[in-house]
Design a protein around this ligand. Structure first.
Ligand code: ADP
Length: 449
């Protein structure tokens, strides 16, 4: 072939090849375009999906917030309801316990004393149940707080011995409290809660033991510096707890067997509260028990050595009590039987008591006379204790002494009430049912020199 022919052939081939390449390129770019479109579509739907999901999450977050608010409102309502209920139940109980105390102190009639002792015992039980329900609801609402104060652990033990001595004699049980010598005399922690834990455990030990002993031992375990662990064991030779029940005995409303309530009474709340009180102090509680042999509950709580305080012994309590004589006290109380009870309590110490049936009457009396002290009920008709205090403390009111000490006296035993009382300008707080000795002690603290 001559060369032009060859050249033409080459050009033709190349054209063909280029055409094919162009066609391939076109096809590929179409494919690419389609793939791109598809990807775009997918991307858009993905964005839509993400948007929808985000909306869903936000909606459920909002719903959750609404539910949280509802739950919080329900807890608040429950707390308030319990506070009101406790007030309603404690008010008549206050009268029952106080008047029974007076009969027990005054009566020379054996039958009356015997009946009164039973009434007192039942009323104390009822009060214990109300307190347990209140405590439990406080724990549930996260409203329980712990103090860190110096206190004498020996005194706590002595108090427990006094509390349970009678029970031990009644059931002919040996009751001992052993304290490790290494425990410092003054420790730092919450004495009220420690006492409550011990009373629950020792109370149970007595309740479920008919023969033998109840032994309490307190041990010291060194931690860093001034810190130590208090290890307490409450042991009894009672009925024991079946192995199968030991795991859930700390749950609320749990009792080891169904006949327990019938035989021994109780709400099944005591151990649940006890466990919470230990754990909220970063402690631990456990038990060992064998049916028919006995039970031991042990707990460990971290504590700190306290600073020994110069204890000013009450040299002459009689003299101090004598200084209460002729005090002039105004009792503001709307319930007649409580006024009657207060009158008897004050009369015993020769304290002069006047009475107002509500805040309004109290203001009128305080505008005409001065008093050494006002004992103020909180829930009252017309003008309640809160409002009355506000008026007494206000310089614009006609009250003669705006600084008169005011002690709130209320059946509402919530801890918040106590701090609210101080914030409202009152000087102290006494829970009802009134403990006669606590009332005298408060007066001695205020007035004895
Ligand atoms: P309750 O108020 O019913 O006593 P607790 O929570 O204090 O409630 O105790 C729950 C249950 O644990 C009791 O009902 C009892 O069956 C069992 N229990 C507690 N302590 C002892 C003990 N020391 N010996 C035998 N059983 C006990």
């Amino acid at each position: 072939m001559d060369s032009p022919e060859i050249l033409k052939n080459i050009i033709r081939r190349e054209r063909k090849a280029r055409k094919m390449a162009e066609q391939w390129l076109e096809k590929k770019s179409l494919e690419l375009y389609l793939a791109n479109e598809q990807l775009k579509g997918m991307n858009e739907s993905l964005e839509e999906k993400i948007l929808a999901r985000t909306k869903e999450i936000e909606a459920s977050k909002e719903a959750l917030l609404v539910e949280k608010d509802k739950a919080e409102a329900a807890t608040r309502a429950k707390s308030e309801f319990l506070s009101n209920m406790s007030h309603e139940i404690r008010t008549p109980l206050n009268a029952i316990m106080g008047l029974t105390d007076l009969i027990l102190q005054d009566s020379r009639d054996d039958v009356a004393v015997e009946y009164s002792s039973s009434i007192k015992y039942s009323a104390e039980n009822l009060l214990h149940i109300i307190n347990e329900i209140l405590d439990f609801s406080k724990i549930e609402a996260g409203k329980i707080t712990f103090e860190e104060i110096d206190f004498d652990l020996g005194k706590v033990c002595k108090g427990l011995e006094d509390t349970f001595r009678h029970k031990a004699e009644e059931k002919s049980l040996v009751f001992v409290i052993e304290q490790d010598r290494r425990i410092p005399q003054i420790v730092n922690g919450d004495p009220v809660k420690l006492n409550q834990i011990l009373i629950n455990l020792i109370g149970n030990a007595f309740k479920f033991t008919d023969e033998g002993f109840v032994r309490v031992s307190l041990k010291w375990e060194k931690q860093e510096g001034k810190h130590f662990d208090l290890l307490v064991r409450v042991e009894d030779s009672g009925i024991g707890i079946p192995k199968a029940k030991q795991g859930d005995i700390f749950q609320t409303f749990t009792q080891a067997n169904n006949s327990t309530t019938r035989l021994y009474g109780g709400t099944g709340l005591g151990l649940a509260i006890t466990r919470k009180l230990v754990e909220l102090q970063r402690g631990k509680i456990w038990l060992e028990s064998e049916e028919g042999v006995g039970t031991s509950f042990s707990f460990r709580i971290p504590m700190r050595e306290g600073i020994p305080i110069e204890t000013k012994e009450i040299a002459n309590n009689k003299r101090k009590e004598a200084s209460l004589k002729d005090l002039k006290v105004l009792v503001v109380e709307d319930i007649a039987v409580n006024r009657f009870l207060m009158k008897q309590i004050l009369k015993r110490k020769q304290i002069r008591g006047d009475f107002a049936v509500n805040g309004r009457e109290a203001i009128e009396i305080l505008s005409e006379q001065t008093y050494d002290l006002v004992l103020m009920d909180l829930h009252m008709p017309e003008i309640d204790g809160w409002k009355a205090t506000e008026i007494i403390r206000s310089q614009d009111s006609p009250v003669l002494n705006h600084e008169v000490p005011i002690i709130a006296l209320t059946a509402d035993a919530f801890e918040e009430t106590k701090s609210k009382v101080l914030k409202a300008g009152m000087d102290g707080f006494l829970p009802k049912p009134v403990d006669i000795h606590q009332l005298y002690d408060t007066l001695i603290d205020l007035f004895a020199d």
